[in-house]
Design a protein around this ligand. Structure first.
Ligand code: FE2
Ligand code: FE2
Length: 377
């Protein structure tokens, strides 16, 4: 049972897209990720940790389920050894090897770790009720939703979304919670891997002079350069990879009325956030150093819900570089800059090389023609 602590607060620590791999025992990248975990657990002392999907290279689950269980036990140990419960959700990469049941089973069998199918069979959608500190009154709901993998029709959308039957389950359960909450929607917080398309409402098309620090949109938004809209906080490092098909999940949140905030993984560089129609949407970047990352800007997000007003919360981001811990897995450049800054430096280098090469080529061509002219007389 999840309960508000004796201070009347409930703290949740988010870890996004770790993309860990079977070489974790020897990997410096894994060790640095665990340093961030330990430092943030020490600082925030959360009541719950959430792994926002794309947690592990799950191919290994299909090939060797026992080894996979050992790896995720190792990954979750900083939390479970302190008695802090962990809620895990399915990312698109958890679906990749096509052994969803084994992946869900591996997480659900670990002591102190949650993942289960509560609604549509085979989909790892579940909810946890957050009770008052004395355990008597249900005050809020935490929803952990399965946003699936790639879209069945990839010409319509690269990434999939929460399906209609899953949304129907969410609405039905929300209605039950409304009844036990005296007819009022129960304050709800969503944790999901693939973001809803409404995330683009936190951005706007870039003006001509803003192009250098804008990002290209993703999918059908590709070709439009975006910057953060007014009021959007945080860092925009890439075009948000939401589905091109809008299946009405966000509208369902508005209809049911209780959703206060939704936290997404999937994009490894973005950590921007803001309100859309009164619902706080937050993109959460990777907390690890695998796949494509953002140097020492890997980060955690801390959310604190208050018992005296479970519909309100505060949240903050903290980067690896701000914890005062040493990063061993990155070189000096990536330690200091974000991924986009490094890309910009690379682009400048490429431009400089291209200009120098063009200059040299022109010089040699001129020399060849000069020699020919001289030879011909
Ligand atoms: Fe990812
Ligand atoms: Fe993903």
């Amino acid at each position: 049972m999840l309960k508000f602590n004796k201070d009347g607060k409930f703290g949740i620590l988010l870890f996004g897209d770790l993309h860990e791999k079977p070489d974790c025992r020897e990997s410096l990248r894994f060790k640095d990720m665990q340093k961030l975990m330990n430092a943030s657990l020490e600082r925030y002392k959360p009541d719950l940790c959430v792994l926002l999907g794309d947690i592990f290279d799950t191919e290994v689950c299909r090939d060797d389920p026992a080894a996979f269980s050992e790896y995720i036990e190792l990954l979750c140990r900083p939390m479970t050894s302190k008695g802090i419960p962990v809620a895990a959700i399915m990312g698109n990469h958890e679906h990749d090897p096509g052994c969803d049941d084994e992946v869900i089973k591996a997480y659900s069998e670990l002591s102190g770790v949650m993942m289960r199918c509560e609604g549509v069979p085979g989909k790892a959608d579940y909810k946890e009720i957050l009770y008052s500190h004395d355990g008597k009154k249900p005050l809020a709901a935490l929803w952990f939703l399965d946003s699936n993998n790639l879209c069945a029709d990839e010409s319509a959308s690269k990434y999939d979304y929460v399906h209609t039957d899953q949304i129907e389950w969410f609405e039905k359960e929300s209605e039950k919670l409304r009844e036990i909450n005296g007819g009022k929607p129960m304050p709800s917080y969503i944790f999901q891997h693939i973001p809803v398309p409404e995330e683009y409402e936190l951005l706007r098309p870039a003006k001509l002079y803003e192009i250098p620090w804008s990002v290209d949109g993703f999918g059908k938004q590709s070709g439009t350069r975006f910057v953060k809209a007014e009021g959007t906080q945080g860092y925009l490092g890439e075009g948000p990879c939401s589905p091109d098909i809008n299946n009405g999940q966000f509208e369902s949140w508005k209809r049911t009325g209780g959703v206060r905030a939704a936290f997404f993984g999937h994009d490894h560089l973005n950590d921007f956030s803001g309100f859309v129609d009164g619902i706080f949407l937050a993109q959460h970047k990777t907390a690890g150093f695998r796949a494509y990352t953002d140097g020492c800007h890997s980060c955690v997000r801390f959310i604190e819900i208050s018992e005296n007003d479970p519909g309100s919360f505060r949240q903050e981001l903290r980067y690896f570089k701000d914890f005062g811990i040493n990063c061993e897995c990155l070189g000096p450049v990536m330690k200091r800059f974000t991924d986009r800054q490094v890309m910009a430096v690379h682009s400048l280098n490429y431009c400089a090389c291209a200009i120098a090469s063009a200059g040299l080529l022109t010089y040699f061509v001129k020399e060849i023609f000069r020699e020919r002219r001289e030879r011909n007389g």
